[in-house]
Design a protein around this ligand. Structure first.
Ligand SMILES: [Zn+2]
Length: 197
């Protein structure tokens, strides 16, 4: 018996989880290379689990999804729509996209409960423990992002990457999603272009 390969970690380089969600699309700006790593409801559950958004636990979410695959597929599509609304609202100033977030946020509040947070000092919204939990958690994140300071919202300077992040660098000059990934690759490419010239 061989062990199943561990699920790769989702990127967490954006500085806000709602933008990390946008970064589940790799090579967003190159249609030929673009990869959506949220391919199913189970992927959505895994993403939420990595970002600590499922108080009920991922096992229960997966069990519910197996029992109601059509509903799970609809929830997956709704989370993907929310993710794309985050991108369009922040990076294309789309008011229609912001309305999608507003609608989902209000619906999420309607299904959530206000509970004491783990720190004992604040209260927070707990998403419903049913299949709509991930969508509610993502809607709350998206709303939090849109109501925060977005002056540092940037997209990686790579031609194809498309990852987004909040630039919190002291000089506000962060160009790359990651220095070791796109930063290094583009520096090497530029160096080689200079050598050829
Ligand atoms: Zn990049």
């Amino acid at each position: 018996m061989s062990l199943a390969p561990a699920r790769p970690e989702f990127p967490a380089v954006a500085g806000h989880s709602a933008l990390d969600l946008v970064d589940t699309v790799h090579w967003r700006l190159d249609a030929d290379r673009s990869i959506d790593t949220l391919a199913s409801f189970d992927d959505v559950v895994a993403w939420c689990e990595q970002f600590g958004l499922l108080p009920g636990g991922s096992r229960e979410s997966r069990r519910l999804a197996a029992a109601a695959p059509d509903a799970a597929a609809r929830e997956h599509a709704a989370v993907v729509e929310l993710r794309e609304a985050i991108y369009s609202a922040v990076f294309e100033s789309s008011e229609a996209a912001a309305q999608v977030i507003a609608r989902e946020y209000l619906a999420a509040l309607d299904r959530s409960s206000l509970v004491p947070a783990a720190d004992g000092a604040t209260w927070s919204w707990r998403p419903p423990a049913d299949l709509t939990g991930p969508r509610a958690a993502v809607a709350e994140l998206a709303h939090d992002l849109l109501r925060s300071d977005l002056s540092g919202a940037r997209q990686c300077a790579d031609d194809a990457c498309g990852w987004v992040y909040l630039d919190t660098s002291p000089r506000h000059n962060r160009l790359w999603c990651t220095s070791a990934g796109c930063g290094n690759r583009n520096r090497v490419a530029r160096h080689q272009a200079r050598k050829r010239a």
